[in-house]
Design a protein around this ligand. Sequence first.
Ligand code: ADP
Ligand code: ASP
Ligand code: MG
Length: 410
Amino acid sequence: MALVVQKFGGTSVGDIDRIKNVANKVKKEVEAGNKVAVVVSAMSGVTNQLVKYCNDITEDFDKREYDAVVSTGEQVTSGLLAIALQNIGVKARSYSGWQVGVKTDTAYGKARIEGIDADTLLKSMEDGVVAVVTGFQGISDEGRVTTLGRGGSDTSAVALAAALNADRCDIYTDVDGVYTTDPRIVKKAKKIDRISYEEMLEMASLGSKVLQTRSVEMAMKYGVCVRVLSSFLEDPGMGTIVCEEDEIVEKEIISGITYSRDEAKITLLEVADKPGVSATIFSFLADANINVDMIVQNISEDGKTTDLTFTVPKLELANAVDIIKSHKDVINYRDVMSAANVVKVSIVGVGMRSHVGVASTMFKSLAEKGINIQVISTSEIKVSVLIDDEYTELALRALHTAFGLDKEEE
Ligand code: ADP
Ligand code: ASP
Ligand code: MG
């Protein structure tokens, strides 16, 4: 007998037929003799609609009320799935985040889970009742509902699996696993059988939204065995297993390629080339809670001034430019330029640690397609480039081929 957490994403519970399909998958797990807890997302499109309702009143809303609104989608699904399970003879009941003690901090809209009281769930499982828990939400110590950031149900599921010490956390979605790149964009993308926590963490944080970044962080911290599977297949197979690096036998140099359209570029022309200037600029942005990601500083031709380019989240672009303009006298630059039509494309793989020439292969294959690289950043297991977003698909396909990741033609 195993203890299993099953999570079903938005498209997997997109309508009543899909919810009935999910109920059958849960039933199968119960009939196999396992103890089961289920985590559900809102039906697809519902959270977007709830977010829009808030924005249609004002973009400057009270985040506590925003969370009160956007957390409701999951409550509907958990109740519906409990009804669907009962209807096919499986004992089940729904639980909201607060009812199973999902405690978070008070960062409304992007709260972090601080602890889960596993007793209620364990008791439910002991009694042979499937617990259907709302993903994406928790409760702060102010006693108010919080949400965990978009895609947060993945994190709810992994946190529950960690608290319950579950044998497996199965994340059911609309693809049959994690692919070498987004299969919706590159048809030749291949399913990855096993991927390390570290690589999955980079892929998620660099734009592959198949798992929320925090869910991978948490799985890595608590050693939760995560599988990504399709709820659309009668037999989902093994999907992709996210595990420790040493559990993977066959390793590629590059495991995956990601893209993110969430960043925008700012360039300051003719900034003074002297100590402390970058510190001044980036501390103004940090004070406003704006995260700077990629940075490049040109060499100074005259020894006096230089150009500085960096990226910020697209949603913060206007705010960041305003801050820089309002401190023009202190920062001292000639002009500021910004662009939102950029995409960050990244290659990820632990194989980079032991292979040379990975970055040059990347740059060469982009150059061959005439794609200009605007900014570069690297870490031990990734290389990211900022390019014109018009070339997203072209770049992904070229890199996928260059690193030998293309699926064989069937
Ligand atoms: P859910 O609603 O089940 O949480 P998501 O939409 O959040 O599903 O995540 C699944 C989607 O992630 C897929 O439909 C796919 O388009 C996208 N995706 C992006 N990158 C990848 C990747 N490398 N592998 C698999 N899917 C990916
Ligand atoms: N329903 C939430 C969202 O759409 C959480 C999730 O689906 O993971 O972001
Ligand atoms: Mg998701």
